[in-house]
Design a protein around this ligand. Structure first.
Ligand code: PLP
Length: 467
């Protein structure tokens, strides 16, 4: 048997990885040729790799490590819970203290009458639950045909067949027969790329009104719910124009459909409030949560459900659940995470201290010749790369070419920043300090300079013809 350890040479670890480990959202052959970077440790906002390099993680893992890496309190909470009750289910008329305590705490933090939690182990699972909840709700109310859920192109709701169907990622739909029936997609409020000659405000209204048009076309007696992220994350951190959400809320109210806010990224402080729904001033009936709920220390997610929907669901036997729904260790760790977020004032700091500081620095990246706009809310932001700011031009090269080159420069400069096509995005741990923010911006600027030089050398600073 091979003893795989941290002390192996990087090349050996990479070879074993290539031989046996299949990576998500990756072209395996390409990665095999290049070799993945092996991450061995992390502390605060900093990763260490197998070569001993320290890397600033401006993505908080996958948008999830809100309290930063290396908090011993969470490890202790897990160890305590494992010794007391490592596992029990909540299926057959039993419960346990960690699930009770966490559900109660989430209900306390959640806005309005979102007082009930159905647990899952991920955002994808929670959104699958939401499909079941919505359809079961309308069926129980005697409107079984009201099973259509409207979602958005370029939204991201997870990677299972159900949640991937809600999502609007065409590359995902193309693999494996998605979307499932009765999911309908409308366009996203992505002004920079799609706004044309409209002002952001006009465009926000126009895109919101696509919801009304879709409801009228499908039939108001067929539409059960609308799902969206308060701020799109994986789609490229797209902050909607100010007119967008008020108009969506008006339409949701007018037709009496359920509003699902997918808070998997926005939740737990990311936008400067506990939930993105508070930042965007919307009133969802259901919120999807995961990621920051445990700061990624344990896999846990859930659906936070309002009184009315929970009451109707309580009237039927809901034939749905996961072995690990409300897993006691995950719940205990999430509770400890919420305690730290609250008691250390981390969410408040994002709103009033480090968030505004990051905003000022991040928006200054718009002065870079390669950057068209730089927008941020709380601690999720994005910049648009462009060959011509004035016309908001896209690159002539295939979308993502320039973003990938820029991401590679960031990686080489020990800064984790992702690209979504030709947008660069950040979502750092919420505990990032002012000094670390300065480092982030310095490294981003340097990486942009290097990418810009290379693009000029290779003749890639060419605008695509206007669509
Ligand atoms: C990550 C994400 C999901 C899926 O969560 P998983 O835990 O990866 O299944 C769902 N919705 C949004 C908005 C996300 O960012």
């Amino acid at each position: 048997m091979v003893q795989v350890s941290n002390h192996m040479p990087t090349a050996e670890l990479q070879a074993l990885d290539s031989a046996h480990h299949m990576h998500p959202f990756t072209q395996g052959a390409g990665l095999r040729a290049k070799g993945p970077r092996v991450i061995t440790r992390a502390e605060g906002c900093w990763l260490t790799d197998s070569e001993g390099e320290r890397i600033l993680d401006a993505m908080a893992g996958l948008w999830c490590v809100n309290i930063g890496y290396g908090r011993k309190e969470l490890a202790d909470a897990a160890a305590r819970q494992m010794q007391e009750l490592p596992y029990y289910n909540t299926f057959f008329q039993t419960t346990h203290v960690p699930a009770i305590a966490l559900a109660q705490r989430i209900a306390e933090l959640a806005p309005g009458d979102l007082n009930h939690v159905f647990f899952a182990s991920s955002g994808s699972e929670a959104n699958d639950t939401n499909i079941r909840l919505v359809r079961t709700y309308w069926d129980a109310k005697g409107q079984p045909d009201r099973n259509v859920i409207i979602a958005r192109w370029n939204g991201y709701h997870g990677s299972s067949v159900g949640s991937g169907s809600l999502g609007g990622m065409k590359g995902m739909h193309a693999q494996g027969g998605m979307p499932i029936p009765d999911i309908h997609h409308i366009n996203q409020p992505h002004w920079w790329n799609e706004g044309g000659e409209m002002s952001p405000e006009e465009f926000g209204l126009a895109r919101a009104r696509e919801l009304e048009t879709a409801i009228e076309q499908i039939g108001p007696d067929r539409v059960g719910a609308f799902i969206a992220e308060p701020v799109q994350g994986a789609g490229g951190v797209i902050i909607p124009p100010s007119t967008y959400w008020p108009e969506i809320q008006r339409i949701v109210d007018k037709y009496g459909i359920l509003l699902i806010a997918d808070e998997v990224i926005c939740g737990f402080g990311r936008t400067g409030n506990w939930f993105g729904s508070q930042t965007m001033n919307i009133r969802p009936h259901i919120m999807t949560i995961a990621k920051g709920l445990s700061s990624g220390y344990q896999p846990i997610g859930g659906s936070v459900v309002c009184d009315e929907v929970a009451e109707v669901i309580a009237g039927v036997e809901f034939n749905h659940g996961y072995t690990y729904s409300g897993h006691p260790v995950a719940c205990a760790v999430a509770l400890e995470n919420l305690r730290i977020l609250d008691e250390e004032g981390i969410v408040t700091r994002v709103a009033t201290d480090t968030g505004p500081y990051l905003k000022e620095k991040f928006e200054s990246l718009a002065d870079h010749p390669l950057v068209g706009e730089a927008r941020i809310v709380g601690m999720m932001g994005s910049i648009a790369l462009t060959p011509d700011k004035a016309s908001r031009a896209q690159f002539a090269a295939e979308a993502g070419t320039v973003g990938y080159i820029t991401r590679e420069r960031c990686f080489a400069n020990n800064l984790i920043m992702r690209h979504v096509y030709d947008r660069m995005i950040i979502s750092p741990p919420l505990v990032i300090s002012r000094d670390e923010i300065d480092t982030l911006i310095e490294r981003a600027w340097k990486s942009l300079d290097e990418a810009h030089a290379r693009l000029k050398d290779e003749g890639l600073m060419q605008a695509a013809p206007r669509a």
